[in-house]
Design a protein around this ligand. Sequence first.
Ligand SMILES: Cc1cc2nc3c(=O)[nH]c(=O)nc-3n(C[C@H](O)[C@H](O)[C@H](O)COP(=O)(O)O)c2cc1C
Length: 390
Amino acid sequence: MLPERVISHADFRRHAKRRLPHVLFDYVDGGAYDELTMERNRAGLTHMLLRQRVLCDMSSVRMETRLAGVDATMPVVLAPVGFAGMLARRGEVQAARAAQAAGVPFTLSTVGICAAEEVTNAVEPPWMQLYMIRDRAFMRDLLQRTWALGSRQLVFTVDLPAPGARYRDVRSGMSAQQNWRGSLRRAIDGLAHSGWLLDVYMSGRPHSFGNLAGAGIDMSSFATAWGWMRANFDASVSWPDVAFVRQNWPGAILLKGILDVEDARMAVDAGVDGIVVSNHGGRQLDGVRSSIEALPPIADAVDGRLDVLMDGGIVSGLDILKALANGARGCMLGRAWAFALAAGGEEGVSRMLSRIRDELRLAMIMTGCKDVRTAGRHLIDCKALGHAHL
Ligand SMILES: Cc1cc2nc3c(=O)[nH]c(=O)nc-3n(C[C@H](O)[C@H](O)[C@H](O)COP(=O)(O)O)c2cc1C
């Protein structure tokens, strides 16, 4: 049971930290290099101020919207999170159940522990996320498999031609082979987290990348799995591959990891249905813009010709309203659901989503925003101190 007092993102993070072995907590919590962009994602949102408006008759507030052609009860999507099945037993299924109950889409990572088949047995077909892997025949099969299962939204992640330099993962042994000392430290760490050990390590198997079964991955340790990713993620990925994906996916395609106006324009020209303005939660190139900084010029350039989603640092309903006000149609949540899952499984993700919904509703009421689809820059207090750095 998740204690009642676990409410805010900080609470979930703290609870997850207690429950998870350090290697997994750092994997979720960390970013690339010095984690400057990761911090900037949060700072950009926390420094942005909303305008408080009063006497607007806020007796009715509309949060429902459509994202990439599907109805959602609020402008939220659970972002793809690799290895989520290591955070809680069959974690992707638990999170997808919570998302479905809340009426928001769940995105299944290519490198999820649970396969699309397992998720689809439990809930409606998820949005599918794709990393470009060298073996194009395998890619084609994966697309056909998930299409046949009923998925219709494909999130093609384009900001990971190669895995980023995440030093916490190197130190912890998540992404690099350890000597015997490191392995012993890791084993003791696992034993010290008995709740996780019983729930996930002992009863949550198999711990392989379900969607990549048959791709010849050695999953005997995190380091060998990362080694496979480094060797097989395709750094040659380029715009013609978007056409390749289009040929093999008749449904909606969203390019995830757009941070530059020029790339956003090219996405429009490529005919995709949406983009996710994202720097991968600060896990790829450190020292680039925060997502909230990148969003307004991209939204202007795209000018409604495709759906603009945004992620990076979103942990509350207030953050969501700020993103909508700056031109996003919806937001993806990454660490917010990963920590909620680690802290309390399906119940944790459900509680987090219900808190986010309450926060968004209250933020709309307090800013005089009656409909998420009409949120705009008029909601932002541009003149206040603290906005200047954006
Ligand atoms: C632990 C973790 C694993 C992730 N795995 C994936 C993945 O498999 N595919 C992907 O496209 N993005 C992945 N991401 C990036 C998220 O989809 C999302 O872009 C990012 O988490 C947003 O930032 P936030 O965590 O601050 O919300 C991952 C992020 C985290 C934190």
